[in-house]
Ligand binder design. Structure first.
Ligand code: DX5
Ligand code: ZN
Length: 228
């Protein structure tokens, strides 16, 4: 079984107090800070640019897990790298040259991730596995927080866990994760859980993070060891 990491998505934070919010989730025990970058083109919403990532960087030493939902992505990778991202994840669907984008991320000394929207088959990443530090399975259609987890994604998570084999690649899930769906995702083989609404709801960040973590750990313990 893998240690479970919790990455709150600041998409659900109070945007007028983002620095305070990042400090609060840090103190509440998050592992990573998940930053959703949207362009109003690849996804139907607009959020955060590299300037905001740079402004948040002094507020925590935790890993900045930057999820780029932008097309094209290559022209912006340098700016997100220099702003203090630790992991930069691009979508497999944004262009024909995923391998080039991953090499570009690595050229700045950053960890590289690839994300798949719910309708994209996992075979899209079969030939780039050796370049990856992280695979992000979207468990909702990207664009907004607060959507419901798509149950068919459990099978995809399981299949990707098998593809990863013994490679040191994180398997992250994003969208509709709460204590209940965290257990489903961890049982299927996910080891990093993004949660927006479920962490920020009600203001009890530490309690919310702990609830997701313990539900996921219980799920991961019950998962078969084979292929994980
Ligand atoms: C959706 C984003 C997610 C989102 C998750 O496009 O990538 O990170 O903020 O929010 P919840 O946990 O509310 O589904
Ligand atoms: Zn995300």
């Amino acid at each position: 079984m893998h240690d479970i990491l919790i990455a709150p998505s600041i998409l659900s934070a109070d945007f007028a107090r983002l620095g305070d919010e990042v400090r609060a989730i840090d103190q509440a025990g998050c592992d990573w800070v998940h930053i959703d970058v949207m362009d109003g083109h690849f996804v139907p919403n607009i959020t955060i640019g590299p300037g905001v990532v740079g402004a948040l960087r002094p507020h925590t030493r935790k890993v900045f897990d930057v999820h780029l939902m932008i097309a094209p992505c290559d022209p912006y990778i340098e700016a997100f790298a220099k702003a203090g991202s630790d992991i930069i994840t691009v979508h497999a669907e944004v262009g024909p040259h995923l391998d080039r984008s991953l090499q570009l991320i690595k050229s700045f000394g950053k960890r590289a991730g690839v994300s798949l929207t719910p309708s994209t088959h996992e075979s899209a990443i079969a030939h780039v596995l050796d370049r990856l530090d992280l695979i992000l399975v979207m468990t909702v259609n990207p664009g907004f927080g607060g959507q419901a987890f798509i149950p068919a994604m459990a099978e995809k998570i399981r299949s990707i866990r098998g593809m990863i084999g013994s490679r040191p690649i994180h398997l992250e899930v994003d969208g509709g994760i709460n204590a209940e769906t965290a257990a489903i995702a961890a049982t299927a083989g996910a080891d990093v859980l993004v949660a927006g609404s479920a962490v920020f709801a009600g203001g009890r960040y530490a309690e919310n993070i702990a609830a997701i973590r313990s539900a996921a750990a219980a799920g991961a313990r019950s998962a078969p060891a084979q292929g994980r």
